[in-house]
Ligand binder design. Structure first.
Ligand SMILES: Cc1ncc(C[n+]2csc(CCOP(=O)(O)OP(=O)(O)O)c2C)c(N)n1
Length: 532
């Protein structure tokens, strides 16, 4: 007879979920007993890092991913990263231990007494099974819910004495073997109407968002834009965890600004806006104005009913982005519209000392491998990186859509583990790096060859920019003198170098990219926001 633990591992194995990320405590050890040889346990040294790594892994592998958190305090540490995972639509099956059932009611030490309530509202589902025998079914439920659209984190609390209990063999077998498929295309009639609206529009435009990439719709988005000669904008950068359209394509026009009035200004002159795979829109800061220009209508295709419902304007089709675009492209004619003028090539950044953030990311572009992946968390250089690099391959860009720092460093390790054949470069501000600094330990311990490029400007540049926008004078705490990521990373065993000159940066990055170990390059950059 199998135990609940054995049945649970078989269930995960059956779903291909054999890499898990965790930071265990005494309440999780019974789950980890006799850890099966075909599973990988990736240890993170703090729970926010654990969840960030799993987030990157889940997104880059397209698979639900198990996370093993310590009871209440571990879940507490993880909350910011769970917030990010929800914004990223990362299918995480978060598990945490709890006290033995006999001591939950009397609230023994480490009891997570309100386990189900704790991770709300950041998870799609939270549960603690009523009986130990129900753990496999609850785990199957968790895996299905995390994977169904919109994907996202779920939470399962398991009292520590459940794992050795004998499983209900028949129930466990059904739980192990069942599968739940959830990608649904839109009704053909709805797509035909959308096709007619698009084809009959005079000056339509497309906005491509993160779920184009996540749903594998990259090629069909390009085919649709080419067929209909659509100018294409990327959805606003703050909420855009992934890129939905090749940014070097002649139809690509740039990134929509993340504010109400400015979006409307950019879209002026277009009578129809097709948004694919993005929320409408991830605005911040608040710059009021009309939501759309006069005479402009909008349709969004999203797999997320909440995204559809909460959009402040336009119509929505709730369906899988890829399947819907596949249908749509077959339901529009080849257009003879005049294609838009292509976006001019990026201006070379003028030389300065220290170099500008734009010059630093332009230098990265010089040596960036064609199959490379960027994980980005350098707030004041986000737009400069997008503009200078113009990433143009699917699955090449990951950014924390939630905005909680710590995603960058940690998720880059997960992305690299999921994509071992593609070089991963994590571009990170020295301030942001601190939120997940122990990631370096995991990168070394598991030989994960991420190249970390730290842009050091000795300040919270983005906050100074926000302070000016918000007309806030005299705010404390916006300078960061003397943070040395080279020394910190080196103390964890990461090969690390500080550079100031272009040629040294080229050499350091080329070396790091060629190495099969994690490496860090810290480059001194000028303070301030880099917009292009
Ligand atoms: C968890 C969390 N805490 C605080 C913030 C607020 N915040 C946003 S950007 C930023 C500064 C980031 O500094 P750095 O990485 O050096 O980048 P720079 O702004 O200089 O480009 C801070 C503190 C946040 N986004 N997330």
């Amino acid at each position: 007879m199998a135990t609940v633990r054995e049945a649970s591992y078989e269930l995960l194995r059956n779903r291909g979920m054999t890499t898990m990320f965790g930071n265990p405590g005494s309440t999780e050890l019974p789950f980890l007993a006799d850890f099966p040889g075909d599973f990988n346990y990736v240890l993170g040294l703090q729970e926010a890092v654990v969840v960030g790594m799993a987030d990157g892994f889940a997104q880059a592998s397209g698979r639900p991913t198990v996370v093993n958190l310590h009871t209440a305090p571990g879940v507490g540490n993880a909350m910011g990263a769970i917030f990010n995972a929800q914004a990223n639509k990362a299918p995480l099956v978060l598990t945490a231990g709890n006290q033995v059932r006999a001591m939950i009611t009397l609230q023994a030490n480490l009891t997570n007494r309100d386990a189900i309530r704790m991770p709300h509202p950041l998870v799609k589902w939270a549960y603690e099974p009523a009986r130990a025998e129900d753990v496999p079914l609850a785990l199957a439920h968790a895996c299905a819910t995390a994977s169904l659209p919109p994907q996202g984190p779920v939470f399962l609390s398991v009292p520590m004495d459940d794992w050795d209990v004998e499983a209900d063999e028949s129930a466990a077998r059904f739980a192990i073997e069942r599968s739940v498929a959830g990608r649904a295309a839109a009704d053909l009639q709805v797509v035909e109407k959308l096709g007619a609206r698009l084809a009959n529009a005079e000056r339509p435009v497309m906005v491509a968002g993160p779920d184009v990439d996540a749903s594998g719709a990259w090629d069909v988005a390009v085919a649709l834009a080419e067929r209909q000669r659509l100018p294409v904008w990327a959805s606003p950068a703050p909420g855009g965890g992934r890129i939905g359209f090749p940014e070097g394509h002649p139809l690509f026009q740039g990134i929509l600004p993340p504010a109400i009035g400015p979006v409307s200004e950019v879209l002026a002159g277009h009578d129809f806006v097709l948004v694919a795979g993005a929320s409408v829109f991830a605005y911040y800061p608040y710059i009021p104005g009309p939501l759309l220009p006069d005479g402009t209508s909008l349709v969004v295709i999203t797999n997320d009913p909440d995204e559809a419902a909460r959009a402040p304007m336009g119509d929505a089709i709730v369906a899988d982005v890829r399947l819907t675009l596949d249908l749509l492209v077959d339901n529009v004619p080849e257009s003879d519209r005049q294609p838009p003028e292509p976006l001019p090539a990026p201006e070379p950044a003028p030389a300065s000392n220290p170099m500008s953030p734009s010059a630093a990311v332009a230098t990265l572009a010089e040596v960036f491998p064609t199959d490379g992946i960027v994980v980005l968390e350098s707030p004041s250089a986000t737009l400069a990186l997008r503009n200078q690099m113009r990433l143009s391959k699917p699955g090449s860009y990951f950014f924390g859509a939630g905005g909680g720092l710590g995603f960058g460093l940690s998720s880059s390790v997960g992305v690299q583990l999921a994509q071992p054949d593609r070089p991963v470069v994590c571009v990170v501000g020295e301030g942001s790096a601190q939120y997940a600094i122990t990631t370096f330990w995991t990168a070394v311990a598991y030989s994960v060859p991420v190249t970390f490029l730290v842009l050091r400007n000795s300040e919270y540049a983005i906050l100074k920019w926000f302070a000016a926008l918000e007309q806030v004078d005299g705010a404390p705490g916006l300078d960061l003198p003397a943070l040395d990521c080279v020394a910190t990373a080196a103390s964890y065993g990461v090969e690390s170098r500080h550079v100031t000159e272009h040629d040294d940066l080229v050499e350091a990055l080329s070396e790091a990219l060629g190495s099969n170990a994690p490496s860090l390059v810290q480059v001194e950059v000028a303070p301030g926001m880099a917009l292009a």
